[in-house]
Design a protein around this ligand. Structure first.
Ligand SMILES: Cc1cc2nc3c(=O)[nH]c(=O)nc-3n(C[C@H](O)[C@H](O)[C@H](O)COP(=O)(O)OP(=O)(O)OC[C@H]3O[C@@H](n4cnc5c(N)ncnc54)[C@H](O)[C@@H]3O)c2cc1C
Length: 391
């Protein structure tokens, strides 16, 4: 059997294609995880609900919460890849990340309340972790939560909150014990984003889009039963969902799509009077990317498979993420380099290639090297925890 190529997965791919052709809202025409326009959100909620109802997502969840008895280890990565391949939208928001935390650490009541709402698309989640002075050093976060009667009162600021402008719920980390060692005083909460005192302010990025937000928390009351996984246990809860984020940060399908675009681009651009694709130096580079993209795809499938069989290594998800994000960046940089002076053109310019897709992908490409832990920090992690090198 070839990894990721057995008959069961071919049937799954076909099911995704059929469902997507009938019901999927179109994917945004850009790379990466991008926030939808407000008017697109209702259709995306419905589509998210359909993906769960059709057992395309959430299959690794406990059976009593909608998971399957014996899902294929690659089921969800195949679904994600196929959706990208056919240009269909994926699920909206960070529900899968929040669900990973709730399933691993939440109470029975939290599982019964939140998981069906994620599955139906009723609740869009965002992740409220990073702060202006706490990103890589997440344990240095300063947002505070103090117990007041039957609720915690939260004050602080979060930043880089993907989809915060559309979210119904926030998976929040806050400091509940300022005197404990920094990893030991943090608690995870499920926050209702409509609570008084929550202000979401979209950020405008270099790409011209607003995918992230600042979130201000002023005297926000969270009922004490919305603590996920115990008071001051937030660091352990977080580790679960960050591992999930790293393994799902980038999809191989988006790289295969970018390769197709690169070959097309090299066919359109002329060098010394002939298409760039006819030149040996250009073909050498593109051939190298083809090899890299195939390696990335295999490494990512191998890591997913090991994780789901319980034989994973602490380096698997970071290696996949580093590999994906650096190939992605190099490929888009080369696409821009091929365009020469035309690389400065932008979306809407009649002479720009691929309607500015390359410029957007080039600018956004750096985001993948940062999201879910920067590549520098992940390299440290591999060195210290997998290779056990001295700190
Ligand atoms: C696409 C995207 C989506 C995101 N979505 C969310 C979200 O939904 N919710 C959320 O909470 N956050 C989100 N983030 C934020 C993300 O988690 C942080 O950007 C990331 O953790 C890095 O933190 P920082 O930006 O504060 O950079 P810093 O931690 O300030 O790092 C700055 C630079 O210093 C380097 N550096 C830092 N520490 C070390 C070290 N020990 N060794 C070597 N180099 C180091 C870093 O690699 C980086 O190059 C998102 C980010 C991106 C790009």
């Amino acid at each position: 059997m070839h990894l990721g190529q057995d008959a069961e997965l071919d049937v799954l791919r076909k099911r995704v294609r059929e469902l997507a052709s009938r019901h999927a809202p179109p994917r945004h025409g850009r790379t990466g995880v991008r926030a939808p326009e407000p008017e697109q959100v209702p259709a995306l909620r419905k589509w998210t609900g359909m993906l769960f109802a059709e057992n395309l997502l959430g299959v690794h969840w406990p059976v009593e919460h909608g998971g399957l008895e014996d899902p294929h280890p690659l089921h969800e990565s195949v679904v994600t890849d196929e959706l990208i391949r056919v240009g269909a939208a994926g699920p909206v928001g960070g529900g899968l990340l929040a669900a990973a935390a709730i399933i691993a650490s939440g109470s029975a009541a939290q599982k019964d309340f939140f998981l069906p709402r994620i599955r139906s698309g009723e609740d869009i989640w965002c992740q409220l972790f990073s702060e202006p002075d706490a990103g890589s050093d997440l344990a240095g976060l300063r947002t505070k939560a103090r117990l007041d009667g039957d609720a915690y009162v939260v004050d602080g600021q979060k930043v880089w909150t993907t989809n915060g402008q559309h979210a119904d719920r926030g998976y929040l980390l806050a400091r509940t014990d300022p005197d404990a060692p920094k990893h030991a005083g943090i608690t995870a909460f499920a926050l209702d984003m409509n609570t008084p005192g929550v202000t979401v302010r979209p950020l405008r990025e270099i790409t011209g889009t607003s995918d992230f937000n600042e979130v201000f928390l002023d005297g926000v009351r969270i009922p004490a039963d919305r603590v996920i996984g115990g008071v001051n246990q937030g660091w352990a809860v977080t580790t679960t969902s960050l591992a999930h984020e790293r393994s799902s940060a980038g999809s191989g399908a988006s790289l295969f799509g970018a390769l197709d675009r690169l070959a097309r681009l090299a066919g359109e651009i002329t060098r010394d009077g002939c298409p760039a694709i006819d030149r040996d130096d250009v073909r050498q580079v593109i051939g190298g990317f083809v090899a890299d993209v195939h390696v990335n795809s295999l490494v990512s499938a191998f890591g997913d498979s090991r994780a789901l069989h319980g034989s994973g290594d602490v380096a698997d998800a970071p290696v996949s993420k580093i590999l994906f994000s650096e190939i992605n960046l190099a490929l888009h940089e080369y696409g821009m380099q091929l365009q020469g002076h035309d690389g400065v053109r932008v979306e809407g310019d009649p002479l720009v290639h691929d309607n500015g897709w390359w410029q957007d992908a080039f600018l956004y490409g750096r985001a993948f090297t940062i999201a879910g832990g920067t590549n520098e920090v992940l390299r440290n992690l591999i060195a210290e925890r997998a290779l056990r090198l001295p700190r």
